[in-house]
Design a protein. Sequence first.
Length: 72
Amino acid sequence: MIRKDYKWPSTGRRRREARVKKFSELVLFGCCVNLITVALVELIPGGNWLYLIAFTAGVVGMTAMTAKFFRE
């Protein structure tokens, strides 16, 4: 996602689809980072189960995105 040269497809439809895909990946990445950060801030002092679930969801999302990035 960051270190990779990306060439946009030639047709307008494919270009739009590629932009939507990249934007969706960026939003998912931001959500995962946000979940992990909030969970760690609240989980360490409080120990609430809801934040543990948020932390787990964030880590799973980041792991999936990282695995997909290295497969491409």
